[in-house]
Design a protein around this ligand. Sequence first.
Ligand code: NAD
Ligand code: MG
Length: 298
Amino acid sequence: MTRDQYTFTNPAELYADFDPKRQKQPEPGLDAELSPRADHGEKTYRGTGRLAGRKALITGADSGIGAATAIAFAREGADVAMSYLPEEEEDAQRIAQLIRDAGATALTLPGDLRDPAYCRALVEDAVEGLGGLDILVNNGGKQVYNEDLETLDDQQFDDTFKTNVYAMFWITKAALAYLTPGSTIINTTSVQAYNPSEILVDYASTKATINTFTKALAQQLAPKGIRVNAVAPGPIWTPLQVTEGQPQEKIAQFGEQTSIGRAGQPAELAPAYVFLASPESSYVIGETLNVNGGTPTP
Ligand code: NAD
Ligand code: MG
């Protein structure tokens, strides 16, 4: 069954043929090598002009949730600057082409989010290349499981916080020089922020930080007409999961513990980002929109 935003369907029966096998890729992983490939809405997302003329910067836009969001934004009328790692050029070029096919501008701006100089240059290059900026999606992220805190090395702890938290701080801070009233910031947190796994101590901690950063900053920027919100995905099929985001033995059952009984696909996240980016969510501020297959949240 092919999913789209508008056809009446039983959500528990969507993606019924999804059946991932054990598989491992080195970080950051490629969607091009994911089996089965993730659904980013390539064949299904239909825009209705909700982001006409907008200019968006999305980190981690080459694959997974960021890629689905990039496609949706372009089909809603936005130009998109894409951040990703140089190793992900193949995935990034595919998504950039889909953005251009929608009649939008795609800028490809590879680099490492752990580097503050890249984060600042990314904002400058996006503003210059798009002619401004009014949507920022902080979505790039690192997740590597670890079963024993005594073996969680300082480098991983640092990389996870740099990628997930510091980059969000550096990029958002740089973007504020350009964001005008009406602009929107959306951060990707996770169900892990409130329901942490014992093997994701570092990652879950960054996601709780992102959630709180979002709610604090939202209050600071609301009087300026800039809305800040977050999306909290549950288990979504992306390269993050096969680059040691999960132990191999969990891949085959990935997502089955949710109420709906299956993993989500990136395409199912994109409408949440579109909603929070667009003026239709004008009174939604400091909110975390959970898209997690039914896990209760605070
Ligand atoms: P993904 O692997 O497709 O996307 C993550 C992206 O982060 C990569 O494509 C890469 O471009 C970027 N990235 C990682 N390290 C980087 C670095 N050092 N420099 C530059 N870019 C870097 O996986 P995804 O699941 O779509 O992840 C997107 C976001 O969603 C992440 O913040 C992740 O924590 C969050 N999330 C994912 C899930 C899930 O189940 N997949 C659940 C909750 C939250
Ligand atoms: Mg990627």
